[in-house]
Design a protein. Structure first.
Length: 333
């Protein structure tokens, strides 16, 4: 089985770097990913944070589509409970019209930020995750012009009237997302980089309980994992130390002005608890030389019964990130 590789980029901001530089790096990475042979390039939605500049995937995707030629570009993902499914459908129909056959619409139910961002995004109403399945169904109806006659809005069209449809992906890090994706007959991407526990069982449920739909005849699945590659294991560990410290800072609510340098991470005095947290967080990551990364990715492919893996990388030095993805591509693509 030939393994396809894709990229999710969160437009991370390093200490001392501007958000403008981070967004510019995302564009350069997308162009490089296309050249190297990656299948998809997705961008994320995060709010109210110094560390991640990707807050509006729809806007960023339009620019990325214009700056690339054939790689699929998509959202990883749009946090649907915040938004009108009708407006999301129109946004992505515009994108599909601009880049036909190249747009992925990944959706999730997470807030994408702290509670105050959720309040700001839902100013006049309460964000209700319980209606997420209904919102996904409504989004599909608009994308496929499939509103039932019983719907009071029957006949409503999501503009523009384009010839192709964005590929809708269900994203998640919990069993609920796997259950919903299987029930609705949609592609499913498990976020191993967010949750290091239970993913294999979630994916097994999705595959074993998949219900064929008008959108998909058989299961289509991916797994997304943090990956840091360098020419040697030692160098990969040095680069990865930045994200080790970043995760500790996030978990403990420490103030962050972006991804710390390896030098800062290496000199940090970790408590025994923090060292255990790093060990636990490494379940979400693969770190090493190209051959080790290849072996780990092939193992993940078998475990998750998938022919496509999405890689996520956060480094202090953007050149380290470029080198990581280039080395993996040289080894596997």
């Amino acid at each position: 089985m030939s393994l396809k590789l894709s990229i999710l980029d969160q437009s991370p901001v390093s200490e001392g770097q501007s958000a403008e530089e981070a967004l510019k790096n995302t564009v350069e990475l997308a162009q490089s990913a296309e050249k190297w042979g990656y299948t998809r390039f997705w961008v994320s939605e995060h709010h109210d944070t110094y560390s991640l500049a990707g807050s509006s995937p729809e806007v960023l995707l339009a620019y990325l589509a214009a700056k690339t030629e054939h790689i699929r570009v998509g959202s990883g993902g749009v946090m649907l409970p915040h938004y009108s499914p009708y407006k999301v459908a129109e946004n992505f129909r515009v994108l599909e019209g601009l880049a036909p056959g190249r747009i992925d619409l990944g959706v999730g139910r997470a807030p994408g930020g702290m509670p105050r961002a959720t309040i700001a995004l839902n100013k006049s109403r309460t964000r209700n995750v319980d209606d997420y399945p209904e919102k996904v169904e409504e989004l599909l109806q608009y994308l496929y012009d499939d509103l039932p006659e019983t719907n009071p809005l029957y006949g409503l069209k999501a503009s523009p009237m384009v010839k192709t449809v964005p590929e809708l992906w269900m994203l998640g890090s919990s069993p609920a997302s796997a259950v919903l994706a299987a029930k609705m007959g949609l592609p499913y991407n498990f976020a191993l980089f967010i949750n290091g526990e239970g993913g294999v069982s979630f994916m097994n449920h999705y595959i074993n309980n998949f219900t064929p739909s008008n959108y998909l005849e058989k299961p289509k699945n991916m797994v997304a994992v943090f990956a840091i590659c360098a020419e040697t294991d030692e160098e990969a560990e040095r680069v990865a130390s930045s994200i080790d410290l970043s995760m500790i800072m996030l978990e403990q609510g420490m103030e962050s002005k972006g991804t710390p340098s390896p030098e800062k991470a290496i000199s940090y005095r970790y408590s025994p608890f923090e060292l255990k947290r790093i060990q636990e967080n490494r379940k979400r990551m693969i770190v090493g030389n190209p051959n080790k990364i290849k072996q780990k990715l092939e193992e993940l492919s078998e475990l998750y019964q998938t022919d496509e893996i999405m890689l996520v990388s956060i480094t202090y030095d953007f050149q380290d990130k470029l080198k990581s993805y280039a080395l993996i591509a040289d080894e596997m693509l």
